[in-house]
Design a protein around this ligand. Structure first.
Ligand SMILES: [Zn+2]
Length: 310
C-alpha cells in the first residue's frame, strides 16, 4: 500500500490554471492545465480552480492515495489564505478567500501563497535548492518575481506583503518602473528590458525578438547580443549581491524561461554577483539555475501543504 502523503498543487496564472497530484517526495501522478481566457471573471477563475481540484481528487481516489491538503499559488498579495489584491493580470482578483472557499468545498486543509513564493518553495522542497534552508529565488521573465526562504520557511514580511525582489533600487535616478518607483532591478534586468535594450542597440524590430533569439545571437558572438547579455547579467549580479549581503543564503536560485538558456547564463550572473558581494556574506552561497521548470508552481503549492500540515 502506498503510505506516502499526497497533496493537490494548484498554480494560477494569467491564462491557465495548472494542477497536479503530488507526493511528498515530489512525484507527480497527474498534471495538466485548464485555460481561463484573458477576460475571465472572478467566478470563471474560481470555477476553473474548482474543476482542476476535482480532477486531481478523482485521480487520487482512483489511485487510492491519501490527499492531505490543497496548496494554491496565486498572483498578487496573499495573506492567511486570502488574495488581498495586486494581481494585475486577473480581473477583479482581490479579496478572494481561497482558504474558506476551497476548504469548505473539499473538506481539506487549504494553504495559499503568492505564485513566485510558491515556486521558490518548490525549488527548496524538490528542486535545485533541495537540502538548503536559506534560499533566495528569482524568476526572470516579463518582470522579476522572487521568494525568500529563511530557515526552511517562506518569509514575506508582515502580512506577507514583501519579498518583491524585483523592486529593489539599483539606480536611484534610474528609469521608471511598472511599480511606480524608479530604477528598480526589474526595469533593468527583466527579459522585457533585455529585449528592449537589444532592439535599441541592434535596430531590429522589438516584436520579432525574444529571449531565445538574443541567446542564439550571443552564442554566434554578435556584438550587440554579447553587450546586452553582459549588461543584463551584470544588472542581475548587482541585485543578487545585495540579496547575498542581506540574507547570506546557501543558494540563489534563478528561474524563469531565460534561465533555461544554459549554464553560461547562470555562470555570467554568478561571476557578476561574486564580484560585488561582501566575501564574508557569500562564504556559503552558490548561484544555481532552477530545475523544476513549468512544474515549479504546482510542486511548490503542494509543498506548502507538506511543510505546514502534519
Ligand atoms: Zn519597481
Amino acid at each position: 500500500m502506498n503510505k506516502l502523503r499526497y497533496a493537490v498543487g494548484i498554480d494560477l496564472g494569467g491564462t491557465f490554471v495548472k494542477y497536479a497530484l503530488v507526493s511528498e517526495v515530489g512525484d507527480i501522478l497527474l498534471d495538466g492545465k485548464l485555460p481561463i481566457g484573458g477576460r475571465a471573471s472572478k467566478d470563471d477563475t474560481l470555477e476553473a480552480i474548482k474543476s482542476s481540484i476535482q480532477m486531481v481528487m478523482e485521480k487520487a481516489k482512483y489511485e487510492a492515495v491519501d490527499v492531505v491538503g490543497i496548496g494554491i499559488g496565486s498572483p498578487g498579495i496573499v495573506c492567511d489564505g486570502v488574495v488581498v489584491g495586486g494581481a494585475d493580470n486577473l480581473i477583479a482578483w482581490e479579496n478572494i478567500d481561497l482558504l474558506s472557499i476551497f476548504s469548505k468545498e473539499f473538506n481539506l486543509p487549504v494553504l495559499a501563497d503568492n505564485d513566485a513564493n510558491v515556486m521558490g518553495l518548490g525549488e527548496v522542497a524538490f528542486g535545485s535548492a533541495k537540502d538548503s534552508t536559506d534560499v533566495i529565488f528569482l524568476t526572470v521573465g516579463t518582470g522579476i518575481g522572487g521568494a525568500i526562504v529563511a530557515d526552511g520557511k517562506l518569509y514575506g514580511g508582515y502580512k506577507n506583503r514583501g519579498a518583491e525582489m524585483g523592486h529593489v533600487t539599483i539606480d536611484h535616478k534610474g528609469i521608471e518602473c511598472n511599480c511606480g518607483g524608479r530604477g528598480c532591478l526589474e526595469a533593468y534586468a527583466s527579459t522585457t528590458a533585455l529585449i528592449e535594450q537589444y532592439a535599441k542597440l541592434s535596430g531590429k524590430d522589438v516584436e520579432a525578438i525574444d529571449g531565445h533569439y538574443i541567446v542564439e545571437k550571443f552564442h554566434e558572438g554578435e556584438k550587440e547580443a554579447v553587450q546586452c547579455m553582459q549588461e543584463h547579467t551584470d544588472y542581475l549580479g548587482h541585485g543578487i549581491a545585495g540579496f547575498i549581503n542581506t540574507f547570506a543564503p546557501q543558494k540563489v536560485v534563478i528561474g524563469g524561461g531565460i534561465s533555461e538558456a544554459g549554464q553560461f547564463y547562470i555562470d555570467l550572473i554568478k561571476k557578476s554577483a561574486f564580484s560585488y558581494v561582501m566575501p564574508d556574506c557569500a562564504k556559503y552561497t552558490d548561484v544555481v539555475g532552477a530545475t523544476l521548470g513549468n512544474n515549479a508552481g504546482c510542486l511548490g503549492a503542494a509543498s506548502l501543504i507538506f511543510k505546514n500540515i502534519d
